[in-house]
Structures are given as C-alpha cells and as structure tokens.
Design a protein around this ligand. Structure first.
Ligand code: ZN
Length: 184
C-alpha cells in the first residue's frame, strides 16, 4: 500500500502552491484556461499511470516553472531539494536557443534522460495533445497543430520502453488528436 509521510505531503502541497504562484499570470494557449491546470493534469496523469515516486510527482508539479516563469533553480533546490531540481532541469528547455533547435534537442535528448524524467515528459506530451484536441490554441492554424502532433511523436518514440500505461495513454491521445484534426 502507498503511504505518504507528513513531510512528503507537506512538500507536495507546497509544490502545488509554489507552481500556482509562479504561473499565476499565465493562461494556456487557448487564452482561457489558467496555466496551473496543466502541471496539475500532468501530475494526475502520472498518478493514474501508477507513479508513486514523490520526487517525480513534485517535479511534475514544478516542471514548467523554470522554463516558463522567472523561477531560479536555487529556489527549487532550497525548497524541494537537489533531486527534485535535477528532475525539473532534465525536462526544461534552454530558452536561450532558437525554438527549432530546442525542438530538435528534445528529440535528440529523449532516449538519454532518466527514467523518472521520461515519465514526466510523456505525461506532459499526453496533456498537450489533449489540450490541442479539446482546447485548441487560439491562433494555431491546422498545419501547426499537425506539426506539433508529429513532433511530439518523435520525442515520445525516444521515451518508450519503461511505462506501458503512459505509452498507451499517449498513443490514445495521439489517435484522438489525429482524428479530431482530420475532421476539419
Ligand atoms: Zn508542460
């Protein structure tokens, strides 16, 4: 049976609060949904796929703070420890690079990141596909959505082989997204 210690539950709540505060000015790409829904959804996808490792769940809540907000790595290290910071950094793109290069590097790095980081990335891509299908970015033409789908598949192909539940959830999300886009 899974048990969560009081200190871990406290850290989990603090990570939720930390992420909510850092993302408080942001919306998802549809312009309506508060950004914090995304890291919560990613964490729930992991939980539902059987992930019970607390560092992975904390890093999932925090996974976009460094990439998308002015969060400094030492803030995460001080509050949540080195292990959680290392996981967040593994799934953080280098924003100083051009977008096309960042996307290429995600494909290249996918097979080499840790097992825990792979699971976070898979859950992230699952939720992004779900969002594109059901709450589309307001200014993305069809072609851009199609490109995102095919790029995400290339990243996910490098992450496979460790969590069949997450991989099946991704495949289903991709099939649904493709079906939704062909109806246009
Ligand atoms: Zn994300």
């Amino acid at each position: 049976m899974f048990t969560l210690s009081e200190p871990d539950f406290s850290r989990f709540l603090r990570a939720l609060q930390f992420a909510a505060d850092k993302h408080k000015e942001q919306k998802r790409k549809d312009g309506v949904i508060p950004y914090i829904n995304h890291p919560i959804d990613v964490t729930l996808i992991l939980w539902n796929a059987g992930v019970r490792d607390i560092a992975t769940l904390l890093a999932a809540l925090l996974h976009d703070t460094i990439e998308d907000t002015p969060t400094r790595p030492d803030e995460i290290r001080d509050q949540f420890g080195e292990e959680v910071l290392a996981l967040v950094l593994e799934v953080t793109d280098d924003k100083s690079l051009p977008k096309a290069e960042r996307k290429r590097l995600q494909i290249e790095h996918a097979p080499h990141i840790s097992l825990r980081a792979r699971q976070i990335k898979l859950a992230d891509k699952i939720n992004n596909l779900y969002t594109i299908t059901h709450y589309p970015p307001k200014d993305w033409p069809l072609e851009r959505k199609r490109e995102y789908l095919e790029w995400s598949k290339q990243v996910v192909d490098g992450l496979r082989g460790h969590n069949p539940l997450l991989e099946a959830a991704y495949d289903q999300a991709l099939a649904e997204a493709r079906a939704a886009l062909t109806q246009h």
